[in-house]
Design a protein. Structure first.
Length: 343
């Protein structure tokens, strides 16, 4: 079984090949960071147009690198949602078009399910069941994972996501886009504690998150007085510490609440080194083990799409049918709704 995965949910174009026996054969990724940087955030129309320019050249490049041909493919997987509608339409249309032309099934993949399963590509890999912390620019969720397609939402953000908090506070500090990595880099030069920021909902008694209050607190600080370089670095360090404190506290509480010992961390924020260091240090004290995807697979990528589709195919009792030219996208798509769909 050889699956081609296509990811175009936001501002990164990714394609990958996953083989059922040989594993991940290769993946390639194009980021639109330079394209969107002048605007300080993703411009949906520009993102969609750039995906159109990139998907097929990246696919040709990948097939050549892996020494594979189109007639060896078993299926083509694409991100159906959630994400930007226009961007999703690009990958969905191309995926269905290729699948129709080749007489192959086109497999719709849930973007967050793909993130959630991506640590299974690492070695060592977690085994079911486990708790997953999904933290990205648009999502912050804690999920109990019993198996492929068997998910229970334990908690989620009630407002801004963790990645959104990184990006918005980075913008308040005058940092470039994407803000999260820029803020984390600046934080390495500072020290937390000079400023005191809130840790919203850390002691709320549930597993939900909130980061809008943190953003407001930073806004108040930067409006009070101009900050010299050292102060900006210290504030960046405190922002990162506040976000990491909340994510780590909630994730470890989820282990305690479920009685599980394995924690999976995925999504763009999962690449944050401070978060990894905190969880790797604290989880073993509770008898837990933490698993991460490779840093390059934390951001949106085709590898997780191809892998998630392959896992679905392996466990499905249904025979996939060749693609038709009818398709749709799902910009909003609750992860827990997958529990009602056949794996």
């Amino acid at each position: 079984m050889l699956v081609l995965g296509i990811e175009t949910s936001c501002d990164e174009t990714g394609v990958a090949l996953y083989h059922g026996e040989r594993g991940l054969l290769g993946h390639t990724l194009y980021t639109q960071a330079t394209l969107h940087s002048p605007y300080g955030g993703v411009v949906p129309e520009l993102a969609s147009r750039d995906h159109i320019r990139r998907v097929l050249p990246l696919t040709r490049e990948l097939m050549a690198q892996c020494g594979c041909s189109l007639d060896e493919l078993s299926a083509i997987a694409y991100t159906q949602g959630p994400g930007l509608a226009g961007a999703l339409l690009v990958g969905t249309a191309i995926g269905h078009g290729l699948a129709y032309a080749l007489g192959l099934p086109a497999l719709a993949v849930h973007h967050m399910e793909a993130h959630l399963l991506s640590p299974l590509l690492a070695s060592p890999a977690p085994r079911f069941p486990f708790v997953a912390l999904l933290a990205s620019g648009g999502h912050t969720e804690l999920v109990r994972v019993e198996g492929v397609g068997r998910y229970e939402l334990l908690g989620e953000t009630v407002d801004d996501a963790a990645g959104e908090a990184f990006d918005k506070t980075a913008k308040l500090l005058g940092l470039g886009y994407p803000g999260g990595p820029a803020l984390a880099k600046l934080a390495e030069q500072g020290r937390p504690g000079r400023f005191r920021l809130p840790r919203p909902m850390r002691a709320s008694g549930d597993l939900n998150f909130s980061f809008s209050g943190l953003k407001t607190a930073v806004l108040t600080l930067v409006r009070e007085r101009p900050l010299e370089a050292a102060a900006r670095a210290d504030l960046a360090a405190e922002i990162e510490a506040a976000i990491v404190d909340v994510l780590a506290a909630k994730a470890l509480a989820a282990l305690d609440e479920t009685g599980l010992t394995q924690l999976v961390v995925a999504g763009g924020v999962g690449a944050n080194r401070s978060l990894r260091a905190r969880l790797s240090a604290d989880a073993p004290k509770r008898g837990g083990t933490v698993f991460y995807p490779a840093p390059e697979l934390c951001t949106d990528n085709g590898a997780m799409i191809a892998f998630a589709a392959a896992k679905r195919l392996e466990q499905s009792s249904l025979i996939p049918q060749p693609s038709s030219l009818e398709f749709t996208v799902r910009p909003r798509w609750a992860l827990e709704s997958l529990a009602s769909q056949p794996a």
